[in-house]
Every structure is written in C-alpha cells, then in structure tokens.
Design a protein around this ligand. Structure first.
Ligand code: THG
Length: 366
C-alpha cells in the first residue's frame, strides 16, 4: 500500500489552517472525521524530538465539536456517557467515553461544558452527530445538535505555555489542566484550554473565526522562533509511549470501556441516567479482552496483525511503533484475558516480548 496515494476530494474536508499546513511542508495526512489531519512534517522521529524538547503547533481542526444546546442538553449528554457529568463547571473539559446500550464504545471524546445548557463533544473519529440526533429525535428531547464552526489548534510541548502566553497574555499560566479561559486574539474571544493529545503539556485554542486562522498560525510562528516552534501533529511515537488511545485503531464500538482500560473514566455507582450503565454493571469483570502493552527489544513483524501462541490466535495488534528514546518496540494489543491469566510473554516473528499493563511503565521495562 505504501506506493499508493489517497485521492482527496471535497468529501475530505480542508481546514482554515490547511494553506499554512501546506506551506509548512506537510508530508503526511490522515483522514479523521471526514477532515484532513496532518500526521508528520519532517519525519515521525524528528517531529517526536521537537515535540518533546520544544513546542509544536498542530492543526487538529478534525477534533470536531458536536454542540448540544437547549434545555435537555445535559440530559442527552449524560445518557451518552457513563461518566458522571453533574459536577462539571463551565469551561471544564472531561475525557469521557460515549457508550451505547450494550456498553459498546461509540467514541472517546473530551466533553466540554461550554455554558449552562451548551455542551461541546470534542469527538474522536466516529460520527457522533448522527447518533446524538437519533437519540434526541427518538426520545423527543428539546435540544439543538450541530457541528460547531470551531477548529481547534493545539500547541504542545514543554515550551507551549511560554508561547501561548506570548500570544494570549498573562492569564494563560493560571489555566489548570482540562480547564479553560475565554481569551482574545485580535479582539475575538476564543476558548483556550490546557489539554491536548500528548503528555508533553500544552494548550488547545478553539478557533471560532476562520478568517483568524492564518493570522493566529503566523503569530504563533513569529513569536515562537526563539523557542524552535515547528509544525506537527499527533505523534505516533509520543502517543504510544504515553498510552493515549486512538479510537478506530486501539478500540471501536465492539469493545467496552473495561477492555480498553477506561475504567477510571466511568462512574458505575453513580445515580445517573446513562443508557450504558445497566449493561456495563453486568459486564464488569466478565469482559473477554484486555488492551495491554507488548514490549520487544527489536522491531517485529506481526502476521496480519495477529498475536499467535500455541493454541492459536490470542489477540491482535492495534498500534505499534519503535521508541527511539527507550530503544524498544512497543505495541498495544487487544488480548484474550484467558491467555493473560497464564502468560507474561508472547513470541512473534521468532522474538519474545513482555506483556505489560498500559500505560507503559518505562522504569519497570528498561
Ligand atoms: N483534544 C480534544 N478533542 C479530542 C482529543 C484531544 N478529541 C479526539 C481525541 N483527542 C479524543 N481522545 C483523547 C484521548 C486522551 C485524552 C484526550 C482525548 C487525554 N487523556 C489524558 C490521560 O489519559 O491521561 C487525561 C485524561 C483526564 O485526566 O481526564 O488527554 O486531544 N479537544
């Protein structure tokens, strides 16, 4: 497949930042929520070091905001997630799985309480708008559901706070993790949240005026020159090392949050009206698969993404990468729990790797 190109048409939406992304020399895109997502600029590895050492600007417009507003908005959001949202404050984000009536994972967005009766679902790659509208119609809820005219731009890396402060001012350092402030750029207030799809620290700027996309991009690069600011995107190496899950890769609607290790983000005992909770309470402890890490000393080739042991297929590989920092080959695999009960290692391609819990604990591994 590496010799093929992906044909891009109007169905694959551009973003207000695309002209700048192109000018910056993007080398790879993926398609996410029917929209272009830049994956790398120099190389996965060069981009990785720049992200971990300095600061990067990412066009993550494809993190579409499904806005649910109106008197029944909180009720609908709570129906969709088994995480208790009742104590969320305005401007707060919460990583929250969305689950259907069988406990199946529909999406793993960041939920944002933008205002009273105005929620944003900052979605991963699945069509949440259709599901939400179906539920609202079927239940006769008083809500409006639309994809908001908002395009997030992430600024990630150890120097992100310095750069975002230079552009948005002194209120930036006071923003706590997964909290936000409305801050002005060229006279227009937009949400700035301390969040992002890396563990290097940083912010997401929820651009709400497409005419300001290129000025915002340019100002971040002008003011970040001495910080070595670079264009980037969600980085495969960094996100696997950090154990950040990718919907559609690591899991999908056939999995439940227990299998994915998202237990910490659901409130099984809360008295909330989430459509998945009855099923999840029954499934708990009885799920068949578990997402785990595999660690090898050298790169391995999986046969059709399968993990095979004496008795046959025991799991499948979801994401994999060579870690240049730890000099290990890391994989995330959805494995049968039966097998995990009796085994601490797997042999693939003639090489034996350790089975470990996620997120990877490199002190223990290396
Ligand atoms: N930011 C925003 N929207 C998004 C993403 C994002 N939508 C799509 C995708 N990314 C959703 N997936 C994730 C996965 C992990 C996290 C955020 C979004 C994340 N997790 C932290 C962790 O697992 O340690 C923190 C979780 C917490 O404590 O609440 O940040 O990146 N806007």
């Amino acid at each position: 497949m590496a010799d093929k190109i992906l044909s891009i048409s109007r169905r694959t939406r551009k973003t207000p930042f695309t002209p700048r992304v192109e000018a910056a020399g993007v080398k790879g895109y993926t398609v996410y929520n029917h929209m272009l997502l830049p994956t790398f600029f120099e190389s996965n590895e060069a981009d990785y070091w720049s992200l971990c050492q300095d600061v990067q600007v990412w066009d993550v417009s494809c993190e579409r905001q499904i806005e649910v507003s109106g008197p029944d908005s909180e009720r609908l959001i709570q129906l969709m997630t088994p995480r208790d949202i009742s104590r969320a404050v305005i401007g707060q984000g919460m990583y929250a799985p969305l689950c259907d009536e069988h406990g199946g994972l529909v999406n793993d967005p960041v939920l944002i309480k933008f205002a009273k009766n105005d929620w944003w679902i900052s979605i991963a790659d699945s069509d949440v708008r259709l599901w939400a509208r179906g539920l609202a119609f079927g239940l006769g809820l008083d809500v409006q559901i639309r994809e908001a005219a908002v395009w997030p731009l992430a600024v990630q890396g150890p120097k992100a706070e310095e750069l975002v402060t230079r552009v948005f001012g002194d209120e930036v350092p006071g923003i706590r993790f997964f909290r936000s402030k409305m801050l002005e750029f060229r006279g227009k207030a937009m949400m700035v949240m301390r969040s992002g799809y890396s563990k290097q620290g940083g912010f997401e700027i929820y651009l709400n005026d497409p005419d300001l996309a290129e000025p915002l991009w340019d100002e971040l690069f002008d003011k970040g020159q001495d910080l070595n600011v670079r264009p980037g995107g969600p980085n495969l190496i960094e996100r696997i090392e950090s154990g950040l899950l990718s919907y559609g890769n690591d899991m999908n609607f056939t999995h439940n949050p227990f299998e994915c290790g998202l237990d910490a983000f659901i409130d099984l005992d809360a008295e909330i009206e989430a459509m998945s909770l009855p099923a999840l309470r029954k499934i708990q402890g009885k799920h068949v698969h578990q997402l785990v890490g595999l660690v090898f000393d050298q790169p391995v080739e999986f046969d059709d993404f399968k993990v095979i042991a004496d008795d046959g297929v025991v799991g499948d590989v979801r994401s994999q990468v060579w870690s240049p920092r730890y000099r290990k080959f890391l994989a995330m695999a959805m494995m049968k729990r039966d097998f995990l009960e009796t085994s601490q290692s797997v042999t693939v391609d003639g090489k034996t790797g350790k089975i470990v819990d996620l997120p990877f604990d490199f002190d223990a591994i290396c």
